[in-house]
Design a protein around this ligand. Structure first.
Ligand code: AMP
Length: 138
């Protein structure tokens, strides 16, 4: 499958759709997942047109990992989970639903009530509150 510019993350990158930003630089954009599996669920995407990890330009490897580590550390500080999951899906068969490469950062703790994948949309106002806490601890 070839990259489709009409996917929602492409629209976010070119300013045609809104998001709640957490971190941005020349290589990446990180923003709140609109249907979070847990509070603080953040996505990191490259500013590079690729559906998946397999076709990513290697110049983006380090910026993505740096941003992911920074955000995971912040999530640890904000929510004090026992674990933080970094998840990345390649292809519909793997569960991918948005076809612009993205890394999920999701806090995990025993007993935390997880939502199903892409199940409950949250308002931008609620997401902004979570983002503000994460940004303050980056
Ligand atoms: P995946 O199944 O790995 O492709 O995950 C796609 C993720 O994107 C899901 O967790 C969705 O909740 C999330 N998502 C879909 N649309 C948006 C959007 N407009 N803004 C933020 N997150 C989104």
């Amino acid at each position: 499958m070839s990259y489709n510019d009409k996917n929602i993350f492409a629209k976010i990158l070119n300013g045609d759709a809104e998001c709640v930003k957490v971190l941005e630089n020349d290589f990446i954009l990180a923003f709140m997942d609109v249907m979070p599996q847990a509070p603080g669920h953040t996505l990191v995407i490259p500013k590079y047109k690729t559906e998946n990890l397999l076709n990513l330009d290697s110049n983006y490897f380090s910026p993505i990992l740096e941003a992911t580590q920074k955000i995971a550390s912040s999530i640890k500080k904000v929510y004090s989970p026992t674990g933080v999951m970094v998840l990345q899906l390649n292809g519909a068969e793997a569960g991918q639903t948005v076809f612009h490469l993205h890394f999920h950062i999701i806090q995990r703790s025993e007993g935390l009530n997880y939502k199903f994948h892409s199940s409950e949309p949250r308002s931008f106002k609620e997401l902004q509150k979570e983002a503000d806490k994460i940004i303050a601890n980056l």
